[in-house]
Design a protein around this ligand. Structure first.
Ligand code: NAD
Length: 354
């Protein structure tokens, strides 16, 4: 069986990818993750004794560790999920984003190049470096602008988006300069099980369940495209298996929603699943000062992946949201673990009681 080195695989999308990869028998997985505040080691506890899975705690910037892992496990592909990912945190303290997202990706590329150059011609041909990125690199759209395409110029607006754009450019350069067989994907907002509750959907679910305010930035009319995480993972595997090297693919849900609508939908589902007498969860909605430089609208044109591979998002937003909420309701221990003291302190420092 082939082996994939997955980096950042304890996080939201990486862990969903690994669970799917082991379930479907896509590959044996080596998972390199630093276990930052945004990851819960218990997320993948069910794979602890699975011989097809091996976890290594470490930083993608650790060149020696990378060299040893690559020599030892000889992966057919590297899938880079690693990043600092929360836009608000990137505004308050951008340094970690530059260090991990740009410098870390550079170190991973460099180690991959050295490894790839030493492979036999047949293995060199088969090797892939898949870099998982975001639609935020393209900047902000007006209501009438066409959706982002793969040839839309980069115009990142937040330190997070800029750090991801920097990493995308490095990946592209390693293909064009050194011939490293890279692939880049730019995906819209993901939602689903196991997402750290600083992101919009799990934050709103958990705040609502605990009777806390539901903070909505500005007028709540910022638009994002939402994709169920399992659909994203399938798209990544398809691209890995079938794409020509050096390609970029946009991945999206054809599902533009205002933040306000997303929160209203969550509240309506919770009114059904977790009802309280004479209480509507929407009464907790609170408009707060807008995020600085808040992009107004993202939309993804994913006709390229659809045309090349017949990929389409399968999960409908309402059913995906229902499944997501049911997962958070059924996994209170996971939630307690990620809402640890360290996380609570950070929220308190940066957001007060909000
Ligand atoms: P996440 O924040 O949930 O997980 C990131 C993981 O990376 C964590 O497990 C963390 O411990 C690990 N990590 C951070 N720094 C590290 C380092 N220096 N060395 C090793 N591990 C480190 O992120 P996510 O939401 O799963 O996103 C995964 C990737 O997908 C990111 O690159 C992100 O930019 C991209 N992406 C995310 C979304 C989304 O909606 N979540 C959408 C499009 C693209």
């Amino acid at each position: 069986m082939q082996t994939f080195l997955v980096t950042g695989g304890v996080g939201f999308i990486g862990s969903n990818f690994i669970l799917k990869a082991t379930k479907e028998g896509w590959a044996n997985i080596i998972n390199l993750d630093k276990l930052t505040y945004a990851s819960n080691p218990q997320t993948l506890a069910q794979l602890q004794d699975d011989p097809r899975y091996h976890f290594v705690c470490g930083d993608i910037g650790n060149v020696e560790l990378l060299r040893n892992l690559l020599e030892q496990y000889q992966p057919k592909a590297i899938i880079n999920f690693t990043a600092h990912t929360h836009v608000d945190r990137s505004i308050l303290s951008p340094e970690d984003f530059i260090q991990t997202n740009i410098v870390g990706t550079f170190q991973l590329l460099e180690a991959s190049k050295i490894y790839w150059e030493k492979l036999s011609p047949q293995k060199r041909e088969q090797f892939r470096f898949l870099h998982v990125s975001t639609d935020e690199v393209y900047g902000s759209l007006s209501p009438t602008d066409p959706a982002f395409r793969e040839d839309t110029p980069y115009a990142p607006n937040s330190p997070y988006a800029a750090s991801k754009a920097g990493s995308d450019h490095l990946v592209r350069a390693y293909f064009h300069t050194y011939g490293l067989p890279t692939l880049i994907t730019n995906c819209s907002n993901n939602y689903g099980p196991r997402q750290f509750p600083e992101k919009l959907i799990p934050l709103m679910i958990l705040n609502a369940l605990h009777g806390k305010p539901l903070p909505i930035y500005g007028d709540g009319k910022n638009i994002r495209d939402w994709l169920y995480v399992a659909d994203h993972c399938e798209a990544l595997y398809l691209i890995l298996q079938s794409s020509r090297i050096g390609e970029t693919y946009n991945i999206g849900g054809n599902n533009e929603q205002t933040n306000l609508t997303v929160v209203e939908k969550i509240c309506a589902i919770l009114d059904e699943l977790a009802p309280k007498p004479n209480f509507r969860h929407s009464s907790l909605m609170t408009f707060v000062k807008d995020r600085p430089g808040h992009d107004r609208r993202y939309a993804i044109d994913c006709s390229k992946i659809s045309r090349d591979f017949g990929w389409q998002p399968k999960e409908d937003f309402d059913s995906g949201l229902l499944k997501t909420i049911q997962w958070y309701l059924s996994n209170p221990t996971w939630v307690e673990q990620v809402q640890s003291d360290a996380y609570a302190r950070w929220i308190q420092q940066n957001y007060g009681d909000r």
